[in-house]
Design a protein around this ligand. Structure first.
Ligand code: ASP
Length: 301
């Protein structure tokens, strides 16, 4: 709030050229007052930059591709089509590296099969799509992409490949600057700061757990509070509780099936079917559920 007031003042009154003349917000400062004013101005710069980056971002983070009993990517198809149309996207660059088991013939065959499956859906919606695994220079492909879509599967494998191929930073940089980004499941996990709240097994070891940080909170896709009284293992809430116990400053958004998070024009919203999102922070007693349409912008702070 204070930052916001300073930022408004800054926008109204501060002229960069005045810095040398010790004039800030139209007032002359000296000594400690001057140091303080400079600090305030630099905080305003940070605030302004952060805010304009958030305003630029266009994200569609889908919980799940398939709803039980429905065709592949069927439930979110209008979200996908409206998102791409709103942002003038005609061609999508697909990232298949989470899809490790779509063919018995190895990874390359699995990526090919994954691409064919996703391409059929996107083509039917009127969009072109090609997979990054065919590219000789994947970073250059990201730099030239209109939109990147990251598919679900195993998040550890996805993160390993994104780091190994220098794509984590390349995609993040473009998406921070306004390239539309969409992902489902593992592709939504990697939009957060780390992979720590994935549901997947660590089938490979990535060089780092660090992800794209396009949103400052963790995502747990396919969130469910289903409890099987005959099963003695941890529930999802038990596992997420472990995360918030050791990361008390982080929020985790548990997004249920058939829901997505949309960030456009600086506004975060939960869209899809009426399945509440559960937000975890610090103590399990603080968890709270949010309906479609509720204000969830505190997550972006
Ligand atoms: N394995 C999930 C997916 O479908 C990701 C997750 O559950 O964390 O991509």
């Amino acid at each position: 709030m204070v930052y916001h007031q300073f930022a408004t003042l800054y926008k109204m009154q501060f002229d960069v050229k005045e810095r040398d003349e010790k004039l800030f917000f139209g007032i002359k400062f000296k000594g400690k007052g001057l140091a303080f004013a400079k600090k305030v101005v630099s905080l305003c710069h940070i605030y302004k930059r952060k805010n304009s980056e958030i305003m630029n971002r266009k994200l569609l983070l889908i919980s799940n591709s398939t709803n039980r009993g429905e065709a592949y990517l069927d439930w979110p198809k209008s979200q996908i089509s409206e998102f791409l149309t709103r942002h003038g996207v005609k061609k999508v660059l697909f990232v298949p590296f989470a899809g490790v088991s779509l063919s018995p013939d190895g990874l390359e065959a699995s990526y090919n099969a994954y691409e064919a499956k996703v391409k059929a859906v996107f083509n039917a919606l009127g969009f072109e799509l090609s997979s990054i695994h065919h590219e000789a220079d994947p970073v250059a492909a990201v730099e030239a992409a209109e939109c990147v879509a990251v598919g679900g599967g195993n998040t550890f494998h996805l993160v390993k490949e994104l780091h190994r191929q220098k794509l984590m930073d390349a995609i993040s940089k473009r998406a921070m600057a306004g390239m539309p980004y969409m992902g489902w499941s593992a592709g939504s996990n990697v939009a957060g700061p780390t992979l720590c709240t994935t549901n997947d097994m660590p089938i490979v070891e990535p060089e780092s757990f660090r992800c794209m940080n396009l949103v400052p909170f963790q995502i747990n896709p396919h969130y469910t509070d289903f409890f099987d009284p005959k099963h003695g293992g941890e529930t999802r809430d038990d596992r997420l509780k472990e995360y918030i116990m050791v990361n008390p400053n982080m929020y985790v958004a548990g997004i249920r099936e058939a829901t997505s998070l949309l960030l456009e024009n600086g506004k975060l919203s939960l869209i899809g079917r009426p399945n509440k999102m559960k937000v975890f922070k610090e103590k399990i007693e603080n968890t709270k559920e949010y309906d479609l349409g509720e204000d969830i912008n505190f997550l972006m702070k």
